[in-house]
Design a protein around this ligand. Structure first.
Ligand code: RNT
Ligand code: ZN
Length: 424
């Protein structure tokens, strides 16, 4: 059977349930996923005087071929994007500025340091998102930034975030799609604090200063990302979920939920509907925590599907900004992007191919046997045939055919790369 015949058959099965497959395919095309650039180089960035990765996060593995220059990183991203159906966004961090070898302090970063990224994104019809980098820096060496007891250090990071919002505004203006500028800080204590309130008060004040400048939401949206613990901040994190949930609601900012930043049995999928009752938009960092906030590449697991179902069945595709956040250096990095992003799209497509209205009705009528039965039966509906057809239509490899392309790219490009220190 050809893939077209497979598709036609599958389509008929879904149509029996009133699901308009063609409409679904039109819809899924419009959903942008924000792909994090930092999977490509283990969160190193391009600062001329790079500090080691800090902030209580870690990348493990040493698969050869990581990107060392902006050109390499963009080339790798292009390769991944060519294997992923749809039009997406790229999520940058401040450490990915291009300063022509000049050491520009983070509080002095300007839009022009991101000109190449903008030109590149424009040429490819991509949106850009942004993050100030409040780690991997001497002024974050003791693990504190926006809540630091030292006013001078606080000021430095406040000014960095102000500079980043302006860069976000520039991205939004240039690309005609608002940039999501997301603030995440590592601040926290290894051991039990004697005062939780004072650092939180300082963080609140710092955020107020950062957001004082009025920037149109047409160009820049702000989000704040909470955390539960980090390496070295096991006992206390200043920017906890409740802290940012309150802050975001009160100040009309987006709350960003990273799926690795909650207790292991606490599900982000369960939070989406609750939060959307009180704010128009929220943002996600979709990740896969394995026993802890390990940032594994996302797989098509139950929680990923549940997140997608919550977004789709509540018609929240325009309200939830979907971004990815994982970093695995033990496998090919282009493959990591491809696997993770394809999985996110698969999960959304899967969620669109479930009779959501019917299932809601069953619940309303207390018909729980049928609800469970259908959920389970739909897991083996011919979803794969629709996914394959979608990939084909979008001109990207079908099934695992992308792997051959990554292997070839690995041989021809990645394995030929040398670390900068080896080239001098
Ligand atoms: C850290 C946060 C944060 C980072 C990126 C690099 O725990 O998840 O989003 O992963 O900013
Ligand atoms: Zn995150």
């Amino acid at each position: 059977m050809t893939s077209n015949e497979n598709f036609e058959r599958a389509k008929q099965e879904y149509e029996k349930w009133g699901i308009n497959v063609e409409q679904v395919l039109e819809k899924i095309k419009q959903v942008p996923i924000s792909i994090h650039c930092w999977q490509g180089d283990d969160i190193e960035g391009f600062e001329p005087n790079k500090s080691e990765l800090s902030g209580g996060i870690d990348v493990t593995g040493n698969h050869p071929g990581k990107a060392h220059t902006p050109e390499e990183l963009r080339r790798d991203l292009e390769k991944a994007l060519s294997l992923i159906p749809g039009k997406h966004r790229v999520n940058l961090h401040a450490i990915y500025a291009e300063t022509s070898g000049e050491a520009v302090e983070r509080d002095e970063l300007l839009p022009r340091h991101f000109e190449n990224w903008v030109r590149w994104a424009k040429d490819r019809g991509l949106g850009l998102d942004f993050n100030p980098t409040l780690f991997s820096h001497p002024k974050a060496a003791d693990g504190f930034t926006l809540s630091h007891p030292d006013i001078e250090i606080r000021e430095f990071w406040i000014n960095h975030c102000i500079a980043c919002r302006r860069i976000g505004e520039y991205f939004g203006k240039e690309l005609g799609t608002p940039c999501l500028t997301n603030i995440w800080i590592p601040d926290g204590y290894k051991d039990i604090p004697s005062d939780r309130l004072t650092p939180r008060k300082r963080l609140k004040e710092s955020l107020d200063r950062i957001f004082k400048e009025n920037i149109s939401e047409k160009h820049n949206l702000d989000s704040v990302e909470s955390k539960l613990f980090g390496l070295g901040s096991e006992s206390f994190v200043v920017g906890s979920h409740e802290f940012y949930l309150g802050y975001a609601l009160k100040n009309n900012k987006l709350c960003l939920l990273d799926t690795g930043h909650f207790h292991p049995t606490e599900a982000v999928s369960n939070k989406i509907s609750a939060m959307l009752l009180y704010s128009d938009k929220l943002a996600l960092h979709v990740s896969r925590p394995v026993r802890w906030d390990s940032d594994h590449v996302i797989t098509l697991d139950d929680e990923l599907r549940e997140i997608a179902l919550e977004i789709v069945r509540n018609e929240a595709l325009d309200n939830v900004m979907i971004g990815l956040d994982f970093f695995d250096a033990s496998i090919n990095r282009v493959a990591a992007w491809t696997i993770g992003t394809r999985n996110m799209i698969k999960a959304l497509l899967y969620a669109m191919l479930v009779p959501n209205e019917h299932l809601k009705q069953l619940q309303e009528e207390g018909r729980f046997t049928e609800r469970l039965a259908l959920f389970e039966e739909f897991k083996t509906y011919p979803f794969g045939a629709i996914w394959d057809y979608y990939c084909e239509e979008m001109g990207v490899p079908v099934k695992e055919a992308w792997l051959k392309e990554v292997k070839q790219y690995e041989r021809e490009v990645l394995f030929k790369r040398q670390a900068p220190s080896q080239t001098v």
